[in-house]
Design a protein around this ligand. Structure first.
Ligand code: NCD
Length: 344
């Protein structure tokens, strides 16, 4: 892919060389994310951060990533507070916002909406989640995390991954499956209630690409013999009614005891977050919080690196970041672990 000026809408745009290029740039962002250095390479640039659906970490990490490169962020984070609630079309919003920004990150509840927006936009657009369809930056940060956690330096051939939960509506697992399909010999175990199974076209795509796919509704069986288990939340906002979502809440839970009994030692536990910690769901128990293989907060830290890399590449400054490097003058807490604690 030619990154400069490109819209980032779907994982289908990427090949494995693009992924390597992106990850190399992400690695180079570490000292900035750790506040060991600062850069003003995007000084003067403006990110339009448009979130028409709830978000905490994706919205804030896109914003922080842009700030860490020296750019400024303008945000709309409530559909009711935007003119879309007055009947404005995505086309008009795109024409307007792209006149104010150098790049846009956008999340919206409708599949295909970000692409529609991008067609009318005069600046590059990054898909931060379009309904149940795709979430490419999340998949990239997930793969980046998998590689770091498992100490894999290149392609992830032979990876064994279980995906658990609402695989029908979960855009993170849709994008991650497509991304993993670029590599060789991946073993997917897809654990979900039948009604929330991975869409057939994605399963077919994985099989056609030569990967092994096992589908089951038995979590304990599905947890065995994986390198990574990727949990997801029941996407209640995509159901017709709360009662329908309630049917599935709490069906799949992971805690310390289940992990010890059913997972291979050192199986990496991932979740795109938010985890549903209400008692009736409790899909990933707090008793795992200090577990060395729980990678969820390393995922969120890595998200900043990946989003910085995407911005730097799309705005054509990836090679100039260090030229603008400066000392950091304020107190900086050591909040990032250099290596997963599993390796310590
Ligand atoms: C996910 C999303 O919005 O798709 N969250 C995220 O971006 N990290 C997953 C979810 O909401 O369950």
């Amino acid at each position: 892919m030619h990154f400069t000026g490109a819209h980032i809408l779907s994982i289908s745009q990427f090949d494995s060389n693009d992924v390597e290029r992106l990850f190399k740039v992400a690695d180079a962002m570490e000292p900035y994310a750790r506040r060991e250095k600062r850069t003003r390479v995007l000084d003067g640039a403006i990110l339009g951060n448009l979130f028409f659906e709830p978000s905490t970490r994706t919205r804030v990490s896109f914003g922080c990533a842009f700030n860490l490169l020296g750019g400024h962020v303008r945000e709309t984070s409530d559909i009711k507070a935007s003119a879309i609630s007055k009947g404005e079309s995505l086309y008009d919003t795109a024409r307007v916002i792209s006149g104010y920004s150098d790049i846009v990150a956008m999340r919206h509840p409708t599949a295909g909406s970000v692409e529609e927006f991008a067609r009318a936009s005069r600046v590059p657009v990054v898909n931060a989640g379009d309904g149940p369809s795709e979430h490419p930056s999340q998949a990239l940060l997930d793969l980046y995390t998998i590689r770091k956690e498992l100490n894999i330096r290149g392609p992830v051939a032979g990876l064994r991954i279980a995906m658990v939960g609402d695989l029908k509506h979960g855009r993170t697992v849709h994008s991650l499956s497509k991304l993993l399909s670029l590599y060789r010999d991946i073993h997917f175990t897809l654990v979900s209630p039948r009604a929330l199974a991975m869409p057939g076209d994605i399963v077919e795509h994985l099989r056609r690409a030569g990967h092994s796919v096992v589908e089951t509704d038995n979590m304990e069986e599905g947890l065995h013999n994986n390198d990574t288990v990727y949990l997801t939340r029941i996407q209640e906002e995509r159901f017709q009614s709360q009662q329908e979502a309630d049917l599935y809440r709490g069906k799949f839970r992971l805690n310390q005891a289940i992990y010890t009994q059913h997972c291979k030692p050192n199986t990496v536990i991932m979740h795109p977050l938010p985890r549903d910690s209400r008692a009736e769901a409790n899909e990933l128990d707090n008793d795992m919080n200090e577990h060395p293989s729980l990678a969820i907060f390393r995922q969120t830290d890595n998200g900043v690196l990946i989003r910085m890399a995407l911005f730097a590449l799309v705005l054509g400054v990836a090679d100039a970041v260090d030229k603008h490097a400066e000392e950091v003058g304020w107190y900086t807490a050591k909040r990032f672990r250099r290596v997963p604690s599993a390796e310590v």
